[in-house]
Design a binder for this molecule. Sequence first.
Ligand code: TYM
Length: 334
Amino acid sequence: MTRIFSGVKPTGHLTLGNYLGAVRRWADVDQHRAEALFCIVDLHALTVDHDPGRVRRLSRQAATLLLASGLDPELCTVFVQSHVDEHARLSYLLECVATDGEMRRMIQYKEKAALERKRGGSVRLSLLTYPVLMAADILAYGTDEVPVGDDQTQHVELTRDLAVRFNQRYGHTFVVPRATRPEVAARVMNLQEPTSKMGKSDDVGPGVVYLLDEPDTVRKKIMRAVTDSGQDVAYDPEERPGVSNLLEILAACEGSDPAALSEAYTSYGALKKDTADAVVELLRPVQDRHKQLCADPSSVEGVLREGARRARAMARPTVDSAYEAIGLLAPSDG
Ligand code: TYM
């Protein structure tokens, strides 16, 4: 059976970008067609300046939101990365396969390191090695497919390279995974700055729709979205990034095509109104279910405990065989 792995990093409140680019597909499609694991990758949240209490709160909130979005623990495994030691164990081995130059070429590293330096902060070493930990997340589970938004494609490519290199050097150990992306909304853009990605941690609020935003807030943010200087509604992400972003969001909500949708509109105002309505309706059931789950935190904890138990059992044999293949002496039982 196909094995799927993906994750979300608790560095901020989950956004419409996370939902349309990744989480919705995990719930609607992936968990039904494969053996799927979805992870709150909390170790990754420590790669930039962080507040310990906030990371803990956001991890719990992310887990609750994944379940509220429809992930069903009867169908898939939902767990927290730091509850399964195998990720960190494997990450070190992969650091011995990856190169320094490869790490420094990662776009997200370059962008985030530049931002940290601009803020006058220092860059954590873990920010540089982050993609290796991500590769470990994926490879530990014999993953075939990694459903992600556009911004993670380069990291999944690196994961493939590391898997192939390890297998060539030390014998076949890892499945070589591939990224899958949604047909529309693989890169939802910031509503105020439509040439930048809508990101949960590094953006100003007005351009980012959060999954837990009140309907009024969602409407305001979308109605105030920056549009382009042209008059007509056309789908052209290069020349008309603002309008094209709204068309992508609406198309993703409706399951239609952004270029075809553009023909139905003659004004930006009407497009914004329909997009706002569609997003409010899309988020409503997620928010309702989130409220219910918050009233019963022990059920979420139970899901995470059972998820970690299952994940450990799946990852252990692969990680043990990587330890052996690379030349480490197995501990004796006696
Ligand atoms: P993260 O937490 O930034 O994002 C989680 C998922 O949401 C997608 N996404 C978007 N899709 C469309 N438009 C956007 N504006 C947008 N913003 C985010 C991301 O592509 C991602 O699929 N490094 C990963 C977490 C990770 C991971 C893994 C993912 C760690 N280990 C192993 C897959 C497999 C990250 O920071 O995602």
